[in-house]
Design a protein around this ligand. Structure first.
Ligand SMILES: [Zn+2]
Length: 295
């Protein structure tokens, strides 16, 4: 996709459905056995998301953790019953590039089995925790295809704290060619600002950036991928203990205003689910990324 002036804009809306304690790579909240003992905020913050989307008659793709589907199946069912697309966000939020191929396969199948059992439908799109698909996992798309996943929304074109791919990935829809066939990919929309690779409409950047900047970017970019978490809209959600001051700031900033910002954008922008976006793209003209594993 080129930023042609007459090209229709494509704005995808997605949420990663996880708890406040599902922060990446933080030892204080890494023990899965302790998670059921921590206070849950997911039902309350997912309600906020459901109400906002319902108010504006918009739909989104919800990348769900298998763990959440196991422990709070009702909320996943409600998201699905409200017409939102359900995707997979792994079982227990481990970074992909820290897993070997077999561990990844087991995690993926456990997550898919759990989520599909809850919603009664197949899941065909995936987002890795923390954008942790990197060149270190050449087998990852083969595994996704073998599990029935045809669309990936994990790629972060640029440098990211827990992953990202600095070169060779467009900030636009593309095709990934793996050793087991091709997937369609909707990467994050990013841009480089003063040497920092910024997600133009997601997570901490969405919370940090003024509404006017988000509006301008969403209205001018040919392609945008909005991604948020329930905790991004929950000012009362606890902050995991032991975070560095910088990470604490990044985790907390803008939580009080995020729901209002999203409310405004939902009134102004027509968003697509991942499934809806696939129909808007001319797949014969997008870049093809070679990601073949020699394994
Ligand atoms: Zn996540």
């Amino acid at each position: 996709m080129r930023p042609d002036i007459d090209q229709p804009r494509l704005a995808v809306l997605s949420f990663d459905i996880e708890e406040w304690f599902h922060v990446i790579d933080h030892p204080e909240v890494a023990d899965v056995g302790q998670w059921p003992l921590l206070p849950s905020r997911i039902e309350r913050s997912a309600d906020t998301i459901l109400e906002l989307l319902d108010r504006h008659n918009q739909q989104a793709t919800m990348f769900c953790l298998g763990w959440v589907a196991d422990h709070h199946p009702g909320i996943i069912r409600r998201l699905s019953d409200a017409g939102h697309e359900i995707g997979c966000h792994s079982y227990d939020h481990r970074m992909v590039h820290r897993l070997n191929r077999l561990e990844f396969r087991e995690d993926l199948h456990r997550a898919l089995d759990t989520i599909e059992q809850v919603i009664g439908r197949r899941v065909t799109c995936y987002r890795a925790p923390g954008f942790s698909i990197t060149a270190a996992v050449p087998w990852v798309f083969e595994e996704l295809l073998r599990a029935g996943i045809g669309v990936d929304c994990s790629l972060f074109p640029g440098t990211h704290a827990h992953g990202g791919i600095p070169h060779g990935i467009p900030t636009a829809p593309c095709v990934i060619r793996s050793g087991h066939g091709e997937l369609r990919a909707l990467p994050m929309s990013t841009r480089s600002i003063a040497g920092l690779d910024v997600a133009t409409a997601g997570g901490g950047f969405f919370r940090l950036l003024p509404l006017t900047v988000l509006q301008r970017w969403l209205q001018s970019q040919p392609y945008s991928m909005v991604y948020l978490h329930p905790r991004d809209l929950d000012a009362e959600a606890p902050i995991p203990p032991g975070l560095s001051p910088w990470r604490r700031f990044r985790t907390q900033v803008g939580r009080r205003s995020t729901a209002q910002k999203l409310d405004r954008l939902l009134a102004e922008v027509r968003f697509f689910t991942v499934k809806g976006a696939l129909q808007q793209v001319d797949w014969g003209t997008v870049p093809v990324i070679d990601w073949r594993s020699s394994a």
